[in-house]
Design a protein around this ligand. Structure first.
Ligand SMILES: [Zn+2]
Length: 641
């Protein structure tokens, strides 16, 4: 990057020049977003408020539409946005719950999700299909002649079904190629946003072993001060060295609601030159999981804060970035000042700026004096950050002698990098080899590592050990993985939970589970002391499962049938409460006088209920309910209605 190599006087460009050179917030192409074509799907013509917007950062995905508030209520009419036909109906316990898809003549698709119910024509059609196939969860793809709609027709009623945290309408617009479009660009007057985004925090992170932020390897967070409306700044220059990346904790506010939504644009200029821009105008579902490398995933797990990286990490497939040739990463190797301006904007062009200065500060050499305090029982700790192994030895007053790192049995001398408090810090570039152990001259202290293999990204790779096989697919990893594994009884650590996977890996374990217990035993992911069911298929004494997360896995035995209780029985409604304490609800079947009966299920309230068959006939006769958990324990409940 030529602007970092000036090497003469410190670069101090006036901020005024930066303000004048601010990139215009470009309006998206008019043809892609025909203004006025779409009718706002709920309370059209009235002011509406958003609980969430398109592009908002969510677990494992970018939010694909608008979450429109429904006054905390369910049952508000939902209108077809344009002429067209019902092209898809999807009913699921989780996810979008009751979802309706309309295809319009220009190829646009509008999606209405978490609905309570549908209009009579659509609802009758759906119920017939559910009874025919004897299933509540269903996906239907009617052809263009079956269920036609006109702009403004009531197609359903808003609700809170599926993975919805409160009553609202999820509204989405897609193009003919199934790319998500930002509904806010269609010119709806129902949504007003005159409020600029807020910037809560800035972070700087080292991207190579020789890099430093404030003299250390790793990451530092800074809380900027708001100095004027729409302007934040950091008073003191932040010292950095080598290759570093910026991260930003930011969100958008709209008027009339406290909800924090997603920003649509982030731009970074260093020394007056643009280095990075991210504009979330459209994306495809295939790449939505790249959010796990767009944000700092490790920080998200630790703090629930989604810091957005202002550089493009390896394996990131989003096409929302415009960057310099360093993909937004900064390399500072001079002792100069580098002004940085970050501009954040929402879809309405309201924008906010953050200004600060980076100061190049080379690492200071450490004196090699040996003084080691009485150590805690295990004085060494290690961590992995990208390609760097970070080793810390606690309770050191000044410094330790060089350590010997053993890579495939051969010792490599490793000098201490620096002190942090009473920790001596050593850094090792894992691209030079994965170590099996490390020792220092002091009391022959040694530490062992659990590195087993370097798994390349973008390739099939099979890792095998005695009781554990892992198959990585071409798309499993975002980046090469320094695989660590540990087995303790039937508990397996497979990699680190803070490293995201893009797609699943297949894992085969050979746990110690007696044959008679296998059918009710399954694999669970252990996270924060909680077990979440993953399942698995037994092949003799081995069990094979797929996971989209690395971490700790265990086997658990479940021979407890679900709980089920009849709560309401009237001629027009049967309601039961159901739950399961380990593997979870797997299957629900109900019968009335031997005939299959459709039960709706809301996992959030643990309730299942039935409406009259065909919407009319009273619910009378012998009622049988069978609720199975995911490993096949069945609870049977019977009642005469
Ligand atoms: Zn939503």
């Amino acid at each position: 990057m030529k602007f970092f190599r000036s090497g003469t006087a410190p670069v101090r460009r006036p901020y005024l020049a930066l303000l004048l050179s601010l990139w215009a917030i470009a309006a998206p192409a008019q043809t892609k977003y025909p203004k006025g074509y779409l009718l706002f799907p709920i309370m059209p013509g009235q002011p509406n408020y958003l609980a969430g917007n398109m592009g908002e950062l969510r677990p494992n995905h970018f939010h694909a539409g608008l979450d429109v508030k429904t006054q905390g209520r369910e049952g508000l009419p939902v209108y077809a946005s344009a002429d067209g036909y019902v092209s898809r109906i999807k009913i699921a316990w989780g996810g979008y719950g009751n979802a309706l898809y309309l295809t319009h003549p220009n190829g646009l698709v509008t999606v209405y999700a978490h609905l309570k119910s549908f209009n009579k024509t659509i609802g009758d059609y759906l119920r017939r299909q559910q009874y025919d196939r004897k299933t509540f969860e269903i996906e239907l793809l009617p052809d263009s002649t079956l269920l036609r709609v006109k702009r403004g027709d009531i197609v359903g009623f808003s609700g809170n079904t599926g993975g919805s945290g409160g009553p609202h309408l999820h509204y989405e617009v897609r193009d003919a190629q199934e790319n998500v479009l930002n509904p806010e660009y269609f010119g709806f007057t129902e949504i007003k946003d005159n409020v600029a985004p807020v910037i809560d925090r800035l972070a700087l992170v080292t991207l190579q072993p020789t890099a430093r932020v404030r003299g250390e390897f790793g990451r530092a967070e800074v809380v900027p001060a708001k100095v004027a409306s729409h302007i934040y700044s950091v008073k003191e220059p932040i010292s950095v060295w080598g290759k570093v990346g910026l991260e930003l904790l930011t969100s958008d506010l709209t008027g009339g609601t406290p909800n924090r939504n997603g920003v649509s644009r982030i731009e970074v200029q260093v020394d007056g030159q643009p280095v990075f821009a991210h504009h979330l105008e459209t994306f495809s579902f295939d790449v939505s999981r790249s959010i796990n490398v767009h944000v700092n995933y490790d920080q998200y797990l630790k703090s629930h804060n989604r810091f957005q990286r202002c550089y493009v990490a390896d394996g990131n497939e989003l096409n929302t970035y415009t960057t310099d040739r360093n993909r937004g990463a900064l390399t500072i190797r001079d002792a100069e000042l580098h002004p940085v301006v970050v501009t954040v904007a929402d879809a309405y062009g309201n924008h906010t700026q953050l200004r600060f200065t980076l100061r190049g500060a080379p690492p200071v050499a450490q004196a090699a004096v040996v003084t080691v305090n009485n150590a805690p029982s295990s004085p060494w700790r290690y961590d992995v950050s990208e390609n760097t192994l970070l080793l810390k030895r606690a309770s050191v007053q000044k410094s330790l002698p060089p350590a010997a790192l053993y890579v495939k049995g051969r010792p490599v001398a490793l000098e201490m990098a620096y002190h942090k408090g009473k920790d001596a810090v050593y850094l090792w570039d894992l691209r030079r080899g994965i170590p099996d152990s490390m020792g220092t001259g002091y009391k022959a202290e040694a530490t062992r590592f659990n590195f087993r293999a370097v798994v390349p990204a973008g390739k099939r790779f099979l890792y095998e050990e005695d009781s554990l096989n892992i198959l990585f697919d071409e798309r499993s990893l975002f980046d090469s993985l320094y695989l660590e594994t540990v087995r303790r009884d039937n508990r397996y650590q497979v990699g680190r939970a803070d490293i995201p996977l893009r797609e699943t890996i297949s894992v085969r374990l050979k746990p110690n589970v007696p044959e008679e217990k296998r059918s009710r035993s399954a694999v669970y992911l252990v996270s924060g002391g909680r077990l979440s069911y993953l399942g698995g298929m037994w092949v003799g004494p081995e069990i094979e499962f797929k996971t989209k997360e690395l971490g700790t896995f265990t086997l658990a035995y479940d021979d407890d049938a679900p709980f089920a209780k009849l709560e309401v029985k009237t001629p027009s409604r049967i309601v039961c409460r159901i739950s399961d304490n380990l593997s979870g609800i797997g299957k629900i079947d109900a019968y009335l006088d031997g005939k299959w009966l459709l039960m709706q299920y809301d996992y959030k309230t643990n309730l299942i209920w039935s409406d009259p068959i065909n919407g009319r006939e009273p619910l009378k006769g012998h009622f049988v309910l069978e609720v199975s958990d995911k490993v096949g324990n069945v609870k049977k409940l019977e009642a005469d209605l």
